[in-house]
Design a protein around this ligand. Structure first.
Ligand code: SAH
Ligand code: SF4
Length: 357
């Protein structure tokens, strides 16, 4: 194990103290800071406006662990799935989704997930560990670089809808978002960031107390406790009533957008009675939008996606009851990059492109 301190865990003040302590100038700290965050240097060697001796000194005193692109897969619809490798050898996935004027990054917050939702490929993996805030930052920075290189545009939106439950890695996710939004970081606006949660009531309230500025999506997927607990075990300890209360608290404190995510499963949650249950909840929370999500089949279970007509009927019924509803078409299906399909499947040899470093 490398016992050196990770330089990115230092604040700018601490970095300044360090430079003063080695008899260097204060402004060096600013330069190094800029390399670490804004310019996203992945090694001390990259910091070309620092002298060679200084770069060597930094490398002696600190480590700079960072995520590496391991391989990428390209979907016919332009979506790019990338597998990232952590310094200790874990694999996580991030997806770049180009849609019209948007470049959206879908990022992971944990290696695996502990919550075992029945329809989600990640839920069938164990949770190996939380991602550290600088690793989450790396995912976004690397996908940003990819967006610029491939599509000539920077990222416009970020969704925490990759692997893992962001609110069970609360501190790292918030710290990563602080760096992602900071002008001396990636400078991406908070309003363009959405954190998706399976619903941890206590942590939703915490987001309210912390006055966060990003948007929140609740993975609802079933609108009564019996059905929801069957597909999402987390509902047993965080029931719908507790989520309604927590979301109202979050909204009162932040006024940020709240979205409901609702995957349709044929014969499970797509009846008119289910729609009525959903409308009931919708009326109790200041929800900005209900996203109906197409189910992406996974190998482990035999849920089925309803026919187009059934999906339309469900949505029309909601709309007739003044629910702001939209269908979210999954992207990257041919490469298992769609929601719930991120589970480190072996990347198809033919499509995988190893990225050189
Ligand atoms: N853990 C968080 C964020 C990651 S999951 C959460 O659960 O919200 C991101 C989104 O993908 C969630 O809305 C999740 O419910 C959805 N999802 C999971 N499996 C899916 C599948 N097989 N098809 C479509 N969406 C899926
Ligand atoms: Fe985890 Fe979200 Fe998948 Fe549930 S849907 S298992 S919370 S990643």
């Amino acid at each position: 194990m490398n016992a050196k301190k990770n330089i990115r865990t230092l604040t700018l003040d601490e970095l300044t103290q360090y430079f003063l302590s080695i008899g260097d100038k204060k402004f060096r700290a600013k330069q190094a800071w800029e390399w670490l965050w804004k310019k996203h240097a992945q090694s001390f060697e990259d910091m070309t406006n620092l002298s060679k001796e200084l770069r060597e000194k930094l490398a002696d005193d600190f480590s700079l662990p960072s995520l590496r692109n391991d391989a990428s897969q390209y979907s016919s619809d332009g979506t790019i799935k990338t597998r990232f490798k952590t310094v200790d050898g874990h694999l996580v996935e991030g997806v770049l989704i180009p849609v019209e004027s948007r470049q959206t990054a879908c990022v992971s917050s944990q290696v695996g997930c502990s919550l075992s939702c029945k329809f989600c490929a990640t839920g069938f993996m164990d949770r190996k560990r939380n991602l550290h805030f600088d690793e989450i930052y790396d995912e976004v920075a690397l996908l940003n670089e990819m967006a610029e290189k491939t599509y000539g545009k920077k990222l416009s939106n970020i969704v925490f809808m990759g692997m893992g439950e962001p609110l069970l890695n609360y501190k790292n996710v918030l710290k990563a978002i602080e760096r992602i939004t900071a002008p001396d970081g990636l400078g991406i606006g908070s309003k363009r960031i959405t954190v998706s949660t399976s619903g941890i009531s206590k942590m939703i309230r915490q987001l309210g107390d912390d006055g966060v500025k990003f948007n929140l999506a609740l993975s609802l997927h079933a609108a009564n406790d019996k059905k929801r607990s069957e597909i999402m075990p987390i509902n047993e300890t965080n029931n719908i009533k507790s989520l309604i209360d927590a979301l109202n608290y979050f909204y009162e404190k932040t006024k940020n957008d709240i979205t409901f995510e609702y995957i349709l499963f044929k014969g499970e949650n797509d009846s008119i009675q289910d729609a009525d249950d959903l409308i009931k909840i919708y009326k109790q929370v200041p929800v900005h939008l209900v996203n109906i999500i197409e189910y992406n089949p996974i190998d482990e279970v035999d849920f089925v996606k309803p026919e187009k007509e059934a999906t339309q009927k469900f949505m029309d019924y909601l709309a007739a009851h003044r629910v702001n509803v939209r269908l979210r078409i999954s992207r990257g299906k041919d490469i298992d990059a769609a929601c719930g399909q991120l589970a480190n499947k072996d990347l198809d040899e033919k499509k995988a492109t190893a990225i050189q470093h």
